[in-house]
Write a protein that binds this ligand. Structure first.
Ligand SMILES: O=C(O)c1ccccc1NCC(=O)[C@H](O)[C@H](O)COP(=O)(O)O
Length: 248
């Protein structure tokens, strides 16, 4: 299992592989039914690794939506990686957490559970520390759970609660931007960074190398990394170009 790296001043890039029904896909606004398919998740993940990625952001969308799971495939992809893996999607209880951690992933990203079972999340934050991140997936400042289909409370109230419990890291997604190639929500990222001392991973909307440079400019404020999905699949730029753009 790869170790979680120490904080650095270089923006980490996490190319995304979102899995639906055994295929690598990208959605628009995270909405089920908007899938564009990009083939084998393993091939996509291996391609990002060959291109120099240090992280993979791997999402089980079926588990997130409650339409099944891709557990075996997610395990196969994670096992094939020599790089760090962040696992997301449908990790909501002891069983799904144990299965996710057993893949050898570097960390997991909890979403719905942070909204619906806060006591359990506090317990696993205390138990697993840096191996647990919480995804703050928002429309405006309202959190969304259950595959981003249900409202789940106020962003800043939840952030304060999770901070008080020692949450190690947040993955922040503006759902309105996700999968749209419309650029990240930099104001949201700045506001979240101002509200917490914990590192923030940006997600959703990256469309260009300039977007990545703009996110990299927020590293001193607390942004640690950026997930990149659609832009890589749509060949807006290559991962090699992206890594070079954020190298310091
Ligand atoms: O991460 C989840 O659990 C999730 C649940 C439901 C819908 C989408 C979900 N994640 C999507 C992602 O993490 C994307 O890979 C990421 O935001 C990349 O976005 P983009 O660069 O805009 O393609």
């Amino acid at each position: 299992m790869a170790e979680v790296s120490a904080p650095a001043n270089k923006l980490e890039l996490l190319p995304a592989v979102d899995v639906r029904d055994g295929r690598a896909v990208r959605l628009v606004h995270g909405e089920s039914g908007t899938e564009t398919s990009y083939g084998s998740p393993l091939e996509a993940a291996l391609a990002w690794q060959r291109s120099g990625a240090e992280w993979l952001h791997l999402v089980d969308l079926d588990a997130a939506f409650g339409t099944g799971d891709n557990r075996a495939l997610i395990g196969e992809v994670t096992e094939a990686m020599d790089i760090k893996v962040e696992l997301s999607g449908g990790i909501r209880d002891d069983d799904t957490l144990a299965a996710a951690l057993a893949t050898g992933c570097t960390r997991v990203n909890l979403g719905t559970a942070a909204l619906e079972t806060p006591e359990w999340v506090a317990k696993v934050i205390a138990e697993y520390g840096d191996r647990v991140a919480v995804g703050l997936d928002v429309r405006g400042t309202t959190l969304r759970g259950r595959g981003w289909t249900r409202d789940g409370g106020d962003l800043y109230e939840t952030l304060a609660r999770l901070d008080s419990e020692g949450c190690a890291r947040y993955v922040v997604t503006d759902i309105a931007k996700d999968g749209t190639l419309q650029g990240p929500n930099l104001e949201l990222l700045k506001n979240v960074c101002a509200a917490t001392e914990a590192p923030v991973v940006a997600s959703g909307g990256v469309s260009s190398l300039d977007d990545l440079r703009a996110i990299a400019a927020l590293v001193p404020r607390g942004v640690e990394g950026s997930i990149v999905g659609k832009a890589l699949y749509a060949k807006a730029f290559t991962l090699e170009e992206a890594l070079a753009a954020v190298a310091v």
